[in-house]
Design a protein around this ligand. Structure first.
Ligand SMILES: Cc1cc2nc3c(=O)[nH]c(=O)nc-3n(C[C@H](O)[C@H](O)[C@H](O)COP(=O)(O)OP(=O)(O)OC[C@H]3O[C@@H](n4cnc5c(N)ncnc54)[C@H](O)[C@@H]3O)c2cc1C
Length: 465
C-alpha cells in the first residue's frame, strides 16, 4: 500500500531518523493495550504540525491510511493500523507551551505524557484533574482523542470538561483551530467537542488548550471492606445521595481484590467480597468532616474494617493498588476482553449480580472494578486462548453483557471508546439514522477515508468502514 516512492517522500518530510521501515521496528507500533495487532507499512514521528499537513496530503494523493498514535495505551484498538498504511506517532510533539496562573489555562502539544503535565501544573499550585490509571504513560493527545476519564471524574468530570480549544490537521491536510483560549465561547458549531472522543478518525490534534483549576488544599482517602456486595452498593448509593460529594468512589469485586490483596497497606478479612476506595478533596477541616461521615455510612452499611489513610504514602499505596488492577488480572488468565460500560448508578447492584450469574453459567472468570461513583464499571472477561472452550465462549459472553447493560439503560463505553473492539456492537446503542449521520460526518471530514479507517463504524463494505 505504501510504495517506495511514498517512503522516499515521507523521508524527505520527517528525515530518515524519524521514519521506521524494518519489520522489527514497525511491529512495535502494530498494537495497543488490547490484544489486537496489525503491522503498519511505515511509522513516522513528525516534529511539527506543518510536517503532519504534508504527510496527510501525501496520504490523500496516494490513498494510504494514516493512523494517529500517542502512547498506544488505548483499550479499544484505536491506534492499531488495521488497514496498514502509516502510523503517525505524536510523541515528538511533547512541549508544554504555557501554564498561565493568571488565566487558569495550559497550552500543550499532544505528545506530552499526562503525568508530566499534571506534575508541572501542580508545581504552580494549580490542578488538571482528569486522572486515568494510565496517567504515567498515556499522552494528553490520546486523552483528548478518547475523552479519557478516570477515578476523580465523579467530582471533576472527564477530559471533555477541560478542553477549551484545539489545533487540528484535518484529514484533507488543512490546519484549523477550534474553540477558544477563554472559559466561554459559542462561535459557530462546537467543533472542539466533535473532535473530543473522535478516536483519531476526524483529524490529528497538534495543540491543546486546557482549562485548569486550583489545586485542592487537602485530600483524604478511605478504604472500606464489605463481606457482601449488596452492602457495598448500598453504601455507594448513600454516599452519592448524601450531598457529601466524593471526589472518587472506586469499587473492586472479590475476584479483583484477590489479584491486588498483597499490595494493600493493611490486611483484608478473608471474607471481603468488595472494597470501596474513596477520596475526598477540599479544605482540611471540611475534608476531615466529610470523610468521617462517609466512613460512618460505610460502617452502617456493614463495612469492616473502614480504614482512613494516615499518611500520603499510605494513600498513594491504596491508589497504586487500584491502578495496577488491569495488569494484575494476567495472574488469572493470559488474555481478557475489557469492557468499560456505564449504567445508571442505581443499577450497579443489578449489573454486578447479572455479571456473576453470566460468569457462572458460561464458565468464564469475569472481574469487575472501577468507577462506582459514576456507574462506569470495568468488566473484564478473562480467558486462556489455548483452552478452546474458553476462547469460543468469549464473544457470546461479551455480547450478553452488553445486552444486559443496554437493558439497564446503560451505555457501551464510558471512556475507552469504540475503536475496533466495540464497532460490531455500535447498533446496540445507536439507531441506523444516528449511525448514518455519523458516517456522513466522517465523510465530510475525510472524503478519501484516509484518517484511521476501519474504526468506530461496523464494517459494511460501503467504502466508509
Ligand atoms: C493500565 C491502563 C489503565 C487505563 N486506565 C484508564 C482510565 O482510568 N481511564 C481512561 O479513560 N482510560 C484508561 N486507559 C486507556 C488509555 O490509557 C486512554 O484511552 C488514553 O487516553 C490513551 O492515550 P494514548 O496516548 O495511549 O493513546 P493511543 O492509545 O495511542 O491512541 C488512542 C486513540 O487516540 C488517537 N490519537 C492519539 N493521539 C492522537 C492525536 N494527537 N490526534 C488525533 N488522534 C489521536 C489514536 O488514533 C487512537 O484512536 C487505561 C489504559 C491502560 C493500559
Amino acid at each position: 500500500m505504501v510504495s517506495d516512492n511514498v517512503i522516499h517522500e515521507l523521508e524527505a518530510i520527517v528525515g530518515q531518523e524519524n521514519l521506521l521501515t524494518t519489520p522489527e521496528e514497525r511491529w512495535c507500533y502494530a498494537y495497543d493495550a488490547t490484544d489486537l495487532a496489525q503491522m503498519p507499512d511505515a511509522v513516522v514521528f513528525p516534529g511539527s504540525a506543518a510536517e503532519i499537513c504534508q504527510i496527510v496530503k501525501l496520504a490523500n494523493q496516494y490513498g494510504f491510511p494514516v493512523t494517529p498514535r500517542g502512547a498506544g495505551t488505548g483499550r479499544s484498538g484505536g491506534s492499531v493500523p488495521i488497514q496498514g498504511g502509516v502510523v503517525l506517532v505524536l510523541t515528538r510533539l511533547n512541549r508544554i507551551l504555557e501554564i498561565s496562573k493568571e488565566d487558569l489555562v495550559a497550552v500543550v502539544e499532544p505528545g506530552v505524557i499526562l503525568g508530566r503535565l499534571k506534575a508541572a501544573v501542580e508545581a504552580q499550585g494549580l490542578y488538571y484533574p482528569p486522572d486515568p490509571s494510565s496517567a504515567d504513560f498515556c499522552t494528553i493527545g490520546g486523552n483528548v482523542a478518547e475523552c479519557a476519564g478516570g477515578a476523580v471524574a465523579v467530582q471533576y468530570g472527564v477530559t471533555r470538561d477541560y478542553v477549551l480549544g484545539l489545533t487540528v490537521v484535518l484529514p484533507t491536510g488543512e490546519l484549523i483551530e477550534a474553540g477558544t483560549r477563554t472559559m466561554k465561547g459559542v462561535v459557530g458549531y462546537d467543533l472542539t467537542r466533535l473532535f473530543l472522543g473522535s478516536e483519531g478518525t476526524l483529524g490529528v490534534i497538534t495543540r491543546i488548550i486546557l482549562k485548569l483549576v486550583s489545586k485542592p488544599a487537602a485530600r483524604q482517602t478511605l478504604a472500606a471492606a464489605f463481606a457482601d456486595l449488596t452492602a457495598a452498593a448500598s453504601a455507594v448509593s448513600q454516599i452519592l445521595t448524601s450531598g457529601l460529594a466524593p471526589t472518587a468512589l472506586e469499587f473492586m469485586d472479590r475476584a479483583t481484590l484477590e489479584c491486588v490483596r498483597e499490595l494493600l497497606p493493611f490486611p483484608l478479612p478473608a471474607a471481603a467480597a468488595a472494597l470501596l476506595l474513596i477520596a475526598v478533596d477540599g479544605q482540611p477541616h471540611d475534608v476531615e468532616e466529610r470523610a468521617g461521615r462517609m466512613a460512618q455510612f460505610c460502617g452502617h452499611a456493614g463495612a469492616d474494617p473502614v480504614i482512613r489513610a494516615r499518611s500520603l504514602p499510605e494513600a498513594e499505596q491504596l491508589w497504586q493498588a487500584r491502578k495496577v488492577i488491569s495488569p494484575a488480572l494476567k495472574k488469572v488468565r493470559p488474555l481478557k476482553v475489557s469492557e468499560d460500560v456505564v449504567v445508571p448508578i442505581g443499577a450497579i447492584p443489578r449489573l454486578i449480580s447479572a455479571l456473576q450469574e453470566i460468569s457462572r453459567r458460561r464458565g468464564l472468570p469475569i472481574h469487575s472494578y472501577g468507577h462506582a461513583g459514576d456507574g462506569n464499571i470495568h468488566v473484564n472477561v478473562l480467558y486462556d486462548p489455548k483452552v478452546a472452550r474458553e476462547r469460543e465462549a468469549v464473544a457470546a459472553t461479551v455480547q450478553e453483557i452488553l445486552a444486559v447493560v443496554r437493558k439497564l439503560r446503560g451505555t457501551l463505553s464510558g471512556e475507552h471508546g469504540i475503536g475496533l473492539t466495540k464497532a460490531p456492537y455500535l447498533g446496540m446503542e445507536l439507531s441506523p439514522a444516528a449511525i448514518a449521520l455519523q458516517r456522513r460526518l466522517k465523510q465530510a471530514f475525510d472524503p478519501n477515508n484516509i484518517m484511521n479507517p476501519g474504526k468506530i463504524f461496523p464494517a459494511t463494505g460501503s467504502g466508509l468502514d
